[in-house]
Structures are given as C-alpha cells and as structure tokens.
Design a protein around this ligand. Structure first.
Ligand code: BG6
Length: 452
C-alpha cells in the first residue's frame, strides 16, 4: 500500500535456505500481489509470472566483508529505486540474511555503513535474521549487542518460521476466543502437554551444519519453545505485538532449570556415515526434554518437548492430555493440534459405543482443515512472515529479550552435552527414537490413548 520502491536483498542467494524457502516465498508473494493467481497450476499465467519475476531480480556478487562490494550493492539498489520511485515515494530496503551466523557481524556492519535508505522522503531499512542466532546464551547476547548497536529493535526481524504456520498462528485465538477452554487450561485439568516434531529423513547433506548444533539448537530451543510459549503464556493485555511478546518472556522466565532426569538424547544409526560428521560425534539427532513451569497455572504439569530426525513419520503436533475423571477406566481426554502435515485439531472423547449394548468407546471430534476449508489455500510460513516484515508487523518475530530467555533455559544443558556429560542413545532409522524417551514420558504421567 505504501508508495515508493521496495528492494528486497537476499544475502546468501546461492545457499540452501534461499533456494528452498526464501525465493519460492518471494515468488509466491509476487504472484499474489501482481496477478492474484490462486491456482498454482495455471500454467500460462505461471510461466508469465516466472518470466516477469526473473526480470525483477538482479544478481550482485561480492564478499561479505568488502566495503567496496557493498557500495556496489548500494548503487544497484539506488538504480532500482530511481526507476521505481513515484514523486512522493519513499524507499524501502529489506535485507534478508540467508547466511551462516558467523558472517552476521560483518554483513550487518556493511549494510549499516553502505546500504541504508537515504531517501529524504522517508521509508525504512530492515534486516531479517535466521536462526541459529548464536550457540548459547553468551554468543547470542554478543550477537544481539553487536547488531543492536547498528540497528534499532523495530528494524530487526528474527525469524522463526514455525510462527508463520497456520495452526501456530491460530493458537491464541483458540485459547482466548473460546469460552470452553478458559476454565480448563490449567493444572487442575491438564495432566501433561507434549509438543512433538518428527521428521522421517536424516540430516541429508546438512551434516556439517547440523553436527555443530544438534537437534536442541536446531528445533527445540526455537521452534518448539515458541509453540510452548503460545500454549503456556497468560492472556496478553492486548493483541499488540509488544503485549504478546511481554507474556512470552514472562512464561519463559518461569521455566525451572532442566533436571538431568528430564532429558533423553538419541542419535540415529548411520548419522556418522556422513563424511562431514566426525566418527565419534555425540551430537543428538533426537531429544526429549521436560520443561517444568513454576507458576500458579502450571505448577506440576510437565511440558514434554520432543524432536527427532530419521524417525517413523513426518509430523508436528501439540498434544494436551487431560486428567482422569474420578474412577476413569479407559481413555483420557486429549486435545491434539496437528501443525503438519494436513492441519487439523481433534479431541479424544469417551462416548457410548453406538448400538444396543451399554459400553463405552473412545472417539474423536475432528476438525480437519482440508475437509472443512476446501479450496482455501494455506500460505507457506515464509510467505506470511516476509509479508509481515514489509508491513512492519513484528508480532510473529522473536524479540531480543525473548531470545535471551530462551537461551537461558537451554544453555546449561547444552554446555553439559557439549562436554560429553550426556550420551546420545543410538536408535534405528525409521523408529520412534530411543525407548528411554517413551519410558520418561510414561513416568511423566502420560497415558497412552487410542483412537477409534
Ligand atoms: C529448520 C531446521 O528450521 O526447520 C531443519 O533447521 C528442519 O532441520 C526444518 O528440517 C523443518 O521445517 P518444516 O517447516 O519443514 O517443518
């Protein structure tokens, strides 16, 4: 809606992230804005869109620490701006760092010195950064201080693409716009909560990166912890981004130090066959961690965050298990929010078995998005989030204090793992992960339920 030119600079244009996520998302956004193409297979329109999109792209190659290269980049952006700016237009510059974090400091400095928006007519310069944002509390804080010295917080967009998923964005609506959940969402009624991420493939060519980080830094400390916040936080004062993020920080600060008994680590067999992974690597490709929240709402309710590669299926869900009714013999109530694949929400209920006999059975109340919202395209997480960065909406981005609080939770554990104090238990590819994780789950009070 704003007048003026928009330049989106993808730094790291030849990398994996840019190829898999950033460019496809930009292309889809472009199509929707320019063409309103809804049908992804409309081939003539598609081809035309591709060719026009490619015309808008300019490739500039350079080194991440070369001032003259960044000055060249600035010239290219200015050229584009002079062609597209309307008389009253401002200039908007978005820098997307699809890069390894080791070069964030030099790149952000170069942007600041050579590539900022200089228009007298207004506009902005914003930067988007991806995880891994640091390796532990100290390195993340260092990075935050360094980038914070160059840009204001409203200019920095720390992306966590799980916050762009449809059912993650639905979480606060679900919790606070439905009367039936308000009185139930607490320790009096909920026995345990699981937040689970599974992939049925391994690190596939990303072993070099992955081995430096492991599954906790790759998935749990960011994606699953963000979901945890939305499930566990208190109601924000308003829907303003600052109010929502204030509540996320509070609940993160209420998490108790993780106990040694509340952790199971695993590594799939064959992981070390990757030539970029050391033969003696102890890096976990699977982890199950119990978080315990010290506040009135959640005291005593375990939150089990579990993530693994090369498991039996690909899915991510939130599983809220309710306590027994007095004298309960079978099947607890469970409320499941499936983020992917096939977005759905379902509730496990006990009902009378239909028929002449008076017996009970567990059944499901099922809201499957594909059926209910037929023909409604669910946007990719990256599309939504990139659009937010252009609109200047930071609600679904991680604030600096939130990031700090999340590293505070996991850093002591990560340091112990790095020192080799926890061993990753081997597990078979295509399995559920180490059996020890299921035992820990049972000990935490999870009762296996069955569908109909
Ligand atoms: C990324 C992780 O952040 O998320 C990857 O680095 C993982 O290891 C990916 O595969 C999963 O994202 P999605 O959206 O496919 O579930």
């Amino acid at each position: 809606p704003e007048n003026g030119s928009l330049s989106i600079v993808v730094l790291g244009a030849s990398g994996d992230l840019a190829k898999k996520k950033t460019f496809p998302a930009l292309f889809n956004l472009y199509k929707q804005v320019r063409y309103l193409v809804k049908d992804k297979d409309a081939s003539r329109e598609q081809l035309e869109a591709v060719s026009k999109f490619l015309h808008l792209i300019k490739y500039v190659s350079g080194a991440y620490d070369s001032e003259s290269d960044f000055r060249l980049l600035d010239k290219e952006i200015s050229k584009h701006e002079s062609l597209t700016k309307t008389a009253e237009g401002s200039s908007r510059r978005l820098f997307y760092l699809a890069l390894p974090p080791s070069v964030y400091p030099s790149v952000s400095k170069m942007i600041k010195t050579s590539c900022m928006n200089k228009s007298d007519l207004g506009g902005w310069t914003r930067i988007v950064v991806e995880k891994p944002f640091g390796k532990d509390l100290e390195s993340a804080e260092q990075l935050s201080t360094q980038i914070g010295g160059l840009f204001e917080e409203p200019q920095i967009y720390r992306i966590d693409h799980y916050l762009g998923k449809e059912l993650v964005q639905n979480m606060l609506v679900l919790r606070f716009a439905n009367r039936m959940f308000l009185p139930l969402w607490n320790r009096d009624n909920i026995a345990n909560v699981q937040i689970v991420f599974k992939e049925d493939f391994g690190t596939d060519g990303r072993g070099g990166y992955f081995d430096q980080y492991g599954i906790i830094r790759d998935i749990i400390q960011n994606h699953l912890l963000q979901i945890f916040c939305l499930v566990a936080m208190e109601k924000p004062v308003s829907v303003r981004p600052e109010h929502i993020r204030d509540e996320k920080v509070k609940v993160l600060e209420s998490v108790l130090p993780i106990k040694d008994d509340d952790i199971v680590l695993g590594q799939y067999e064959g992981y070390r066959d990757d030539p970029t992974v050391p033969d003696n690597s102890n890096t976990p490709t699977f982890a199950s961690v119990i978080l315990r929240v010290h506040n009135e709402r959640w005291e005593g309710v375990p939150f089990i965050l579990k993530a693994g590669k090369a498991l039996d299926s690909r899915k991510a869900d939130i599983r809220i298990q309710f306590k027994d009714v007095p004298g309960q013999k079978q099947g607890r109530n469970e409320f499941v929010i499936r983020l992917q694949p096939s977005e759905a929400m379902y509730m496990k209920l006990t009902v009378k078995q239909p028929g002449l006999e008076m017996s009970t059975v567990q059944s499901e109340l099922d809201l499957s998005y594909r059926q209910r919202y037929q023909g409604v395209a669910i946007p990719e997480a990256y599309e939504r989030l990139i659009l937010d960065t252009i609109r200047g909406d930071q609600q679904h981005f991680v604030r600096r204090d939130e990031l700090k609080a999340s590293w505070e939770i996991f850093t002591p554990l990560l340091h112990k793992i790095d020192k080799g104090e926890f061993k990753s238990i081997p597990y078979k590819q295509g399995s559920r992960g180490p059996a020890e994780a299921d035992k820990m789950l049972e000990k935490a009070g999870y009762v296996q339920t069955h569908g109909y």
